[in-house]
Design a protein around this ligand. Structure first.
Ligand SMILES: [Zn+2]
Length: 134
């Protein structure tokens, strides 16, 4: 019987902890304390993930109008993931962002994805123009 908080080493030598999925409640081994949702929920559209910096990510449904802007393998998460900041900006503009566009948080709080806190930038060939908001 495994209990919440039990630990083990994976076959690859990673630290794993038995946790309850924050979405479905089932038990799973969380590697290096990185995840609070199970693999099954992680692969379901609508799943979210927050990294250590506070940035949030969301897995979109293939039928979502902004699914086309999700990279094929975003941060090694797999298909369909994008940052909530990019997703929010796309909804605000009513179009997908292209790969040269990126989103910054005005108050530098990466978990604050309120549309009023987001500003769109475009990468340019000339680095001095890189900080000009669109
Ligand atoms: Zn789950």
């Amino acid at each position: 019987m495994v209990n919440v908080g039990d630990t083990q080493k994976s076959l690859r030598g990673n630290h794993q902890e038995w946790r309850l999925c924050s979405t479905c409640g089932c038990g799973f081994w969380s590697t290096n304390g990185k995840f609070d949702i199970c693999f099954s929920c992680f692969n379901s559209p609508g799943a979210t993930y927050q990294d250590k910096r506070g940035a949030r990510y969301i897995k979109l449904n293939p039928s979502d109008p902004y699914y086309a802007m999700t990279p094929r393998n975003f941060l090694c998460f797999g298909v369909g993931w994008t940052s909530v900041a990019r997703y929010t900006m796309a909804q605000k503009l009513g179009r997908c962002l292209d790969e040269s566009e990126y989103v910054r948080h005005i108050n530098k709080n990466l978990s604050d994805n309120n549309p009023a806190n987001l500003v769109l930038f475009k990468r340019t060939i000339c680095p001095s123009n890189d900080n000009e908001p669109i």
